[in-house]
Design a protein around this ligand. Structure first.
Ligand code: HEC
Ligand code: HEC
Length: 409
């Protein structure tokens, strides 16, 4: 059942080609623009973190309360930043991430939607932010977000330093009016003062938007998925997986070829993420917008023409959100295409898919089995036992650390 969504919008191909140029120009402007992290600054913070020793220190100190951290470090950081300052930047990011002060109504933090115990998701079909306003998309896990090649379901951001600011200014997320409001809130809050001083060697009332973004991004980069039973199995310990999950791995990899997109190749220091970082259309949620395609694609094109930040409309308009990658790339093949999600810890992140329309893991796996068959025009027939084995395999991707914290009463 191969549907062709491209036809109805082919007539706008010329317009799309012209507008792609506008888009590219906007993207270039954006990269160098006010959201960009000045290169020298970035190096000052990031370069020292590159050595393994510094990284260990960062991870070690990331959990330390900012006040305590400032006391441990004694000295204020200033450029060029030594490694302990990178740790202080992470600690500031951590504080900001969990603080509801950075929202229009004082009630929403990043952690409202990205809850650590749920692998940094929220358990909702679609995220709910300030004043209970509902967005259009399911909240993705932040574990390993630092290794994603593009961010958001449609990949509309490529750098965490740009990405982390989007939710702060979105009317359905943190709902801050503008950068001035963000700075007022960070600068005036006594709770941030010592953490800002430790991180950037300056009083809180001098912090910049780029520094807020740098701290949040640095914290998000420390969120890594720990080893899972499957990783131990891959490293040679057969008994790390129950028989059902071992069978499930064979089906996943060699029968259903799920690894075509959920790539399972692991290299030293780079455990598999189970994504190809690409965008594919599974037609999830597509029926809702199919008949409106000409109108919706024209709107997406107009957003680029007018240089409107995509986040505003994508998270506020459910129909537009269903166009997926098309809104970013303006390529007819990308209508309804979404980023392949990584599958680590997926047992903890129900409900599923970009719109949260699939309630359980078993349902998501069934739908994927069906979709794979439909896509290749060759039904993939699996027995109920084989489907259960597939689910058992996917469950074996839960990190030990998270499994332990979730099973606590
Ligand atoms: C109201 C709920 C909500 C809040 C608050 C929120 N997020 Fe998100 N976050 C989401 C949703 C939903 C998406 C996916 C949106 C999309 O793809 O269009 C997302 C996506 C992301 C991503 C991209 C992950 C990926 O793999 O593509 C990162 C990183 C992220 N958020 C970090 C943050 C940070 C940092 C904050 C705080 C400044 C924050 N979020 C606040 C709901 C939220
Ligand atoms: C052609 C690439 C491709 C193949 C092959 C593929 N997937 Fe997916 N998978 C995706 C994409 C893209 C999504 C997200 C779709 C959406 O939200 O619209 C997804 C979503 C999922 C989800 C939900 C994850 C979440 O966080 O919401 C699960 C579970 C999953 N796939 C399992 C499988 C299994 C099992 C197979 C093999 C039977 C498989 N996939 C084959 C691309 C693929």
């Amino acid at each position: 059942m191969q549907r062709s969504y491209g036809n109805s919008i082919e007539s706008s191909a010329g317009a799309i080609a012209r507008l792609r140029k506008v888009r590219d120009k906007n993207q270039r402007r954006e990269r160098g623009g006010h959201n960009g992290f000045p290169a020298d600054h970035k190096d000052a913070i990031v370069a020292p973190v590159r050595t393994a020793r510094a990284q260990r220190l960062v991870v070690h100190l990331a959990g330390v309360r900012p006040v305590v951290l400032a006391a441990i470090l004694h000295i204020a950081c200033s450029a060029p930043n030594p490694p302990h300052c990178a740790a202080a930047v992470v600690a500031l990011g951590r504080t900001l991430f969990f603080d509801t002060g950075l929202s229009g109504d004082g009630k929403v933090a990043c952690a409202t939607c990205h809850k650590p115990a749920r692998a940094y998701t929220d358990g909702l079909a679609r995220a709910s932010g300030i004043a209970g306003r509902q967005g259009t998309r399911n909240t993705p896990s932040l574990l390993d977000a630092g290794r994603q090649r593009s961010l958001f379901w449609d990949g509309r951001r490529s750098r965490l330093e740009d990405q982390v600011l989007d939710p702060l200014f979105n009317r359905v997320e943190h709902g801050l009016a503008d950068e001035a409001e963000l700075l007022r809130k960070v600068r005036a809050d006594a709770r941030f003062a010592s953490a800002v001083q430790a991180a950037y060697g300056a009083p809180a009332n001098e912090i910049t938007v780029q520094q807020v973004a740098g701290a949040l991004a640095a914290f998000v980069r420390t969120l890594r998925s720990g080893p899972s039973p499957f990783d131990r199995f891959q490293s040679g310990r057969r008994d790390a997986l129950p028989e059902a999950a071992r069978q499930g791995w064979v089906i996943f990899d060699q029968v259903a070829h799920c690894t075509r997109c959920h790539i399972a190749t692991t290299s030293p220091g780079e455990p598999a993420l189970f994504t190809d970082h690409e965008f594919h259309s599974l037609a999830v949620g597509f029926a809702r917008v199919e008949r409106e395609l000409p109108r919706l694609t024209a709107r997406a094109v107009a957003l680029h023409r007018d240089g409107v930040p995509l986040a505003r409309d994508v998270l506020n308009d459910r129909e537009l959100a269903e166009l997926g990658r098309f809104v970013v790339a303006l390529d007819p093949h990308d209508v309804g295409a979404f980023k392949t999600p990584g599958l680590r810890n997926v047992a903890l992140t129900a409900p599923y898919m970009h719109d949260g329309s699939v309630p359980t893991l078993a349902d998501a796996v069934d739908l994927e089995v069906y979709n794979r068959g439909a896509r290749d025009a060759r039904p993939l027939i699996l027995t109920p036992v084989q489907r259960a084995e597939l689910v058992a395999f996917v469950q074996s991707l839960t990190s030990d650390e998270l499994a332990a914290s979730v099973s606590k009463p």
